[in-house]
Design a binder for this molecule. Structure first.
Ligand code: ZN
Length: 100
């Protein structure tokens, strides 16, 4: 098995996921081919198999972080309504107290 020894000339965010993209051509080695399309977390990306490797890794837009953004927005909306409700509620209460 080939040693994976060529370091990347860039850094990776260990909290993100990256997809390996090989440049598939006549000279593409088996290691590169087998890595094509594989997904790695930023702290687990293999070194490149050989010099002049044309492979790239691209950051993956994580669905989780999209979902978290969406949920946070929803929660924010709910809180705004709750705030309105409690204001209306205290208004009703003070009106009742005045009537009593
Ligand atoms: Zn390669």
């Amino acid at each position: 098995m080939t040693q994976f020894t060529i370091p990347w000339d860039r850094t990776f965010d260990k909290n993100k996921k990256y997809i390996w993209i090989s440049e598939i051509g006549e000279n593409t080695c088996d290691e590169c081919k087998s890595l094509d399309g594989k997904i790695f977390s930023g702290d687990n990306i293999p070194l490149r198999p050989h010099p002049n490797c044309k492979c790239q890794v691209e950051e993956q837009e994580s669905k989780e972080s999209e979902n978290i953004k969406y949920i946070n927005n929803q929660i924010h909306t709910v809180y705004k309504y709750l705030d309105k409700c409690s204001k209306i509620h205290s208004q009703i209460n003070s009106t009742k107290n005045e009537q009593a």
